[in-house]
Design a protein. Structure first.
Length: 185
Protein backbone atom coordinates (compact mmCIF):
# COMPACT_ATOMS: atom_id res chain seq x y z
CA UNK A 1 0.00 0.00 0.00
CA UNK A 2 2.81 2.38 0.92
CA UNK A 3 4.51 1.71 -2.43
CA UNK A 4 1.29 2.68 -4.25
CA UNK A 5 0.99 5.90 -2.24
CA UNK A 6 4.60 6.80 -3.04
CA UNK A 7 4.18 5.92 -6.72
CA UNK A 8 0.97 7.96 -7.05
CA UNK A 9 1.92 10.74 -4.63
CA UNK A 10 1.07 13.52 -7.09
CA UNK A 11 -2.35 11.98 -7.84
CA UNK A 12 -3.15 11.59 -4.14
CA UNK A 13 -1.97 15.16 -3.48
CA UNK A 14 -4.17 16.46 -6.32
CA UNK A 15 -7.25 14.60 -5.04
CA UNK A 16 -6.75 15.68 -1.42
CA UNK A 17 -6.06 19.30 -2.37
CA UNK A 18 -9.03 19.45 -4.76
CA UNK A 19 -11.42 17.94 -2.19
CA UNK A 20 -10.12 20.14 0.64
CA UNK A 21 -10.43 23.40 -1.31
CA UNK A 22 -13.80 22.35 -2.74
CA UNK A 23 -15.08 21.49 0.75
CA UNK A 24 -13.90 24.77 2.31
CA UNK A 25 -15.25 26.96 -0.52
CA UNK A 26 -18.56 25.07 -0.64
CA UNK A 27 -18.92 25.41 3.13
CA UNK A 28 -18.20 29.16 2.89
CA UNK A 29 -20.76 29.50 0.09
CA UNK A 30 -23.37 27.56 2.09
CA UNK A 31 -22.68 29.85 5.05
CA UNK A 32 -23.17 32.87 2.75
CA UNK A 33 -26.49 31.46 1.49
CA UNK A 34 -27.71 30.59 4.99
CA UNK A 35 -27.03 34.09 6.29
CA UNK A 36 -27.78 36.22 3.23
CA UNK A 37 -30.47 38.81 3.78
CA UNK A 38 -33.18 38.16 1.19
CA UNK A 39 -35.05 41.34 2.12
CA UNK A 40 -32.66 43.64 0.24
CA UNK A 41 -31.49 41.32 -2.56
CA UNK A 42 -33.94 38.53 -3.27
CA UNK A 43 -33.22 35.61 -3.14
CA UNK A 44 -29.55 36.41 -2.40
CA UNK A 45 -27.13 39.04 -3.66
CA UNK A 46 -25.32 36.97 -6.33
CA UNK A 47 -28.46 35.38 -7.78
CA UNK A 48 -30.16 38.77 -7.85
CA UNK A 49 -27.13 40.34 -9.55
CA UNK A 50 -27.02 37.60 -12.22
CA UNK A 51 -30.76 38.00 -12.81
CA UNK A 52 -30.44 41.79 -13.19
CA UNK A 53 -27.47 41.50 -15.53
CA UNK A 54 -29.27 38.84 -17.58
CA UNK A 55 -32.27 41.17 -17.85
CA UNK A 56 -29.99 44.00 -19.03
CA UNK A 57 -28.31 41.73 -21.57
CA UNK A 58 -31.66 40.56 -22.95
CA UNK A 59 -32.83 44.18 -23.24
CA UNK A 60 -29.57 45.00 -25.06
CA UNK A 61 -30.33 42.17 -27.50
CA UNK A 62 -33.69 43.81 -28.21
CA UNK A 63 -35.85 41.47 -26.13
CA UNK A 64 -37.94 43.61 -23.81
CA UNK A 65 -37.44 41.87 -20.49
CA UNK A 66 -38.86 42.40 -17.02
CA UNK A 67 -37.50 40.81 -13.86
CA UNK A 68 -39.80 39.95 -10.94
CA UNK A 69 -39.33 38.03 -7.70
CA UNK A 70 -41.06 34.64 -7.90
CA UNK A 71 -44.00 34.47 -5.51
CA UNK A 72 -43.66 30.80 -4.57
CA UNK A 73 -39.92 30.04 -4.58
CA UNK A 74 -36.49 31.56 -4.09
CA UNK A 75 -35.94 32.75 -7.64
CA UNK A 76 -36.35 35.65 -10.03
CA UNK A 77 -38.71 35.40 -12.99
CA UNK A 78 -37.46 36.51 -16.42
CA UNK A 79 -40.40 37.74 -18.46
CA UNK A 80 -39.53 38.33 -22.11
CA UNK A 81 -42.02 40.40 -24.11
CA UNK A 82 -44.74 39.63 -21.58
CA UNK A 83 -44.06 35.87 -21.60
CA UNK A 84 -42.61 34.14 -18.51
CA UNK A 85 -39.70 32.12 -19.93
CA UNK A 86 -37.24 31.33 -17.15
CA UNK A 87 -36.45 31.36 -13.47
CA UNK A 88 -33.05 32.48 -12.23
CA UNK A 89 -32.39 30.32 -9.18
CA UNK A 90 -29.32 30.08 -6.96
CA UNK A 91 -27.84 27.37 -9.19
CA UNK A 92 -27.87 29.78 -12.15
CA UNK A 93 -25.44 32.25 -10.62
CA UNK A 94 -22.34 30.18 -11.60
CA UNK A 95 -20.82 30.27 -8.10
CA UNK A 96 -20.76 26.48 -7.73
CA UNK A 97 -19.06 26.17 -11.14
CA UNK A 98 -16.50 28.80 -10.13
CA UNK A 99 -15.85 26.91 -6.87
CA UNK A 100 -15.17 23.72 -8.84
CA UNK A 101 -12.91 25.65 -11.25
CA UNK A 102 -10.91 27.26 -8.43
CA UNK A 103 -10.52 23.93 -6.61
CA UNK A 104 -9.01 22.31 -9.69
CA UNK A 105 -6.65 25.22 -10.40
CA UNK A 106 -5.38 25.26 -6.82
CA UNK A 107 -4.93 21.47 -6.88
CA UNK A 108 -2.72 21.91 -9.98
CA UNK A 109 -1.20 25.17 -8.72
CA UNK A 110 1.52 27.00 -10.59
CA UNK A 111 3.31 30.02 -9.16
CA UNK A 112 1.25 32.11 -6.76
CA UNK A 113 0.99 35.00 -9.22
CA UNK A 114 -0.04 32.91 -12.23
CA UNK A 115 -2.48 30.86 -10.13
CA UNK A 116 -4.08 33.97 -8.66
CA UNK A 117 -4.39 35.76 -12.01
CA UNK A 118 -5.74 32.66 -13.76
CA UNK A 119 -8.33 32.13 -11.02
CA UNK A 120 -9.49 35.75 -11.34
CA UNK A 121 -9.55 35.72 -15.15
CA UNK A 122 -11.13 32.26 -15.39
CA UNK A 123 -13.78 33.10 -12.79
CA UNK A 124 -14.67 36.32 -14.61
CA UNK A 125 -14.87 34.44 -17.92
CA UNK A 126 -17.10 31.73 -16.41
CA UNK A 127 -19.35 34.38 -14.87
CA UNK A 128 -19.60 36.31 -18.17
CA UNK A 129 -20.27 33.23 -20.29
CA UNK A 130 -22.92 32.22 -17.77
CA UNK A 131 -24.72 35.55 -18.28
CA UNK A 132 -24.72 35.00 -22.05
CA UNK A 133 -25.85 31.42 -21.46
CA UNK A 134 -28.87 32.61 -19.45
CA UNK A 135 -29.72 35.29 -22.03
CA UNK A 136 -29.44 32.88 -24.97
CA UNK A 137 -31.39 30.22 -23.08
CA UNK A 138 -34.14 32.75 -22.37
CA UNK A 139 -34.28 33.76 -26.05
CA UNK A 140 -34.36 30.08 -27.00
CA UNK A 141 -37.18 29.40 -24.54
CA UNK A 142 -39.08 32.41 -25.82
CA UNK A 143 -38.82 31.30 -29.45
CA UNK A 144 -38.74 27.50 -29.03
CA UNK A 145 -40.48 26.62 -25.73
CA UNK A 146 -40.94 22.99 -26.82
CA UNK A 147 -37.12 22.60 -26.82
CA UNK A 148 -36.81 23.46 -23.11
CA UNK A 149 -35.39 20.11 -21.96
CA UNK A 150 -32.80 19.96 -24.73
CA UNK A 151 -31.74 23.60 -24.33
CA UNK A 152 -31.62 23.62 -20.53
CA UNK A 153 -30.31 20.13 -19.80
CA UNK A 154 -28.01 19.43 -22.76
CA UNK A 155 -26.83 22.44 -24.75
CA UNK A 156 -26.26 24.99 -22.02
CA UNK A 157 -24.53 22.71 -19.47
CA UNK A 158 -22.32 21.60 -22.36
CA UNK A 159 -21.35 25.23 -22.98
CA UNK A 160 -20.44 26.09 -19.39
CA UNK A 161 -18.81 22.78 -18.40
CA UNK A 162 -17.10 22.44 -21.77
CA UNK A 163 -15.54 25.87 -21.30
CA UNK A 164 -14.42 25.00 -17.75
CA UNK A 165 -12.84 21.79 -19.05
CA UNK A 166 -10.94 23.74 -21.74
CA UNK A 167 -9.77 26.26 -19.13
CA UNK A 168 -8.51 23.39 -16.98
CA UNK A 169 -6.66 21.76 -19.87
CA UNK A 170 -5.07 25.08 -20.87
CA UNK A 171 -3.99 25.60 -17.26
CA UNK A 172 -2.41 22.16 -16.91
CA UNK A 173 -0.56 22.44 -20.24
CA UNK A 174 0.72 26.01 -19.75
CA UNK A 175 1.02 26.98 -16.10
CA UNK A 176 0.82 24.03 -13.72
CA UNK A 177 3.94 23.03 -11.78
CA UNK A 178 3.05 19.37 -12.23
CA UNK A 179 5.54 17.77 -14.57
CA UNK A 180 4.33 15.59 -17.42
CA UNK A 181 6.43 12.68 -16.18
CA UNK A 182 4.66 12.89 -12.78
CA UNK A 183 1.28 12.63 -14.53
CA UNK A 184 2.42 9.60 -16.52
CA UNK A 185 3.95 7.81 -13.53
Amino acid sequence: MKALLVKYKSVVKFILTFLSVYFVLTLAYKYYLDFSDGSKYYPDYMTNLVAQQSESLLNTFGYETVLKPHENELSMKLIVRGKFVARVVEGCNSISVVIMFISFIIAFAGTFKSTFIYILAGSALIYSVNLFRIAILSIGLYNYPWREDFLHHVIFPLIIYGMVFLLWMFWVKRFSKIKKKELNA
